[in-house]
Design a protein around this ligand. Sequence first.
Ligand code: AMP
Ligand code: GLY
Length: 427
Amino acid sequence: MRILIVGNGGREHALLWKLRRDAPGALFFATRPNGGMAPHCGSVPIEPTDIEALSGWAASQRIDLTVVGPEAPLAAGIVDRFQAKGLPVFGPTRQAARIEASKAYAKDLMRGAGVPTAEYRTFRDRDAARSWVRERGAPIVIKASGLAAGKGAMVCPTVEEAEAALDSMLGDLTFGEAGREVVVEEFMQGEELSLFALTDGARALLLLPSQDHKRVGEGDTGPNTGGMGAYAPVGIATSAVLEEARTRIFAPTLKALSDDGAPFRGLLYAGLMLTSGGLRVVEFNCRFGDPETQAVLPLMESSLLELLGAVAEGGSLAGRSARWKQGAAVSTVVASAGYPGSYEKGKEIRFEPGLESADVTVFHAGTRVENGRLVTSGGRVLAVTGTGATFQDAGERSRAGAAGVSFEGAFHRRDIGWRERERRGGT
Ligand code: AMP
Ligand code: GLY
């Protein structure tokens, strides 16, 4: 079997790691693989968004399954193109990917389907947006409607900050086309939860619930990042909460997409908030989360490949399920000094001997091999996932592993999973 992974971050390394376990005899390829992926796959020197070139390459190489990691190629229609060439591909079509690529579309879809989410209005006109912000008052949330690499949401504690955010998005076009339309929404309070569902257009097969840590600093302080760590499973995601997600969020959303002529087959990621009024959607993504995938997949005991393959081949998930290891996983991101602001690249990376084991896995993100040396090439450099029978064991292994990674300017949060630890009374 020949499998192509599109993308080269931590999420894609975790996908490669899991799929290799599921199919040890398969041949793998990835687009410009990072330093951790490269030893295990062929390198395809094509950009993920260069859909014409990639689909041509996959056809000529008789690729049996393509798994798309990032949202940009999905939003650009990579799946439509592969399907048109008869190539099995895992991911939603361009129309279905709008659930992430257009927040305005996602919000309207949720409103139409009665899916609980923050109250909102969409605007293209700055004065109209400003006047609604003044009417609603703060705190309030301003979001670029289009794809903004995870940076398009601004939680504004004051009306002045919200007005400044509107000026920058609608006036100065700081997010370019992505910010030409904005969603202004109610500020919600509660704990966040990431829930991934594999979907065949109608059914949702939930993966283990996880929680991201978006702020750069310990105690969830400082600016937002792409995610400084994650853990799974999450105590607040009780079976009742998961049932609520299934019936009140995934089922009506999948039905609405299908009714809209855009059935969603792929991985639907619901960013949820558990508010005093129940579960509500913060956002949908049309792909696996990063770094949550690095915590979720190490706990998956059954085959991911079988499920992705079934969806990619146009099959159904009816009667299928996933099996999980008992215990927990904690994944700690090691980042470059300065991140999420500007940072230097090209720093040599070293690992303490014996760092990886059956319970400790390193997933690379911003790394590459340069003249035989492993060096940094991004802000989030890698993630160290620890697994264990208990949440505490997993956390200790992850933190010890992260401390065993060194390069100039390396830093990591030592408190990934702190909410879970508090819930468990410190254990
Ligand atoms: P998003 O890009 O939509 O995931 O938003 C990024 C982060 O902003 C979320 O993970 C939340 O922490 C926060 N956020 C987004 N929308 C809201 C909201 N309506 N109320 C409170 N926080 C929000
Ligand atoms: N962890 C956030 C995301 O993948 O969008």
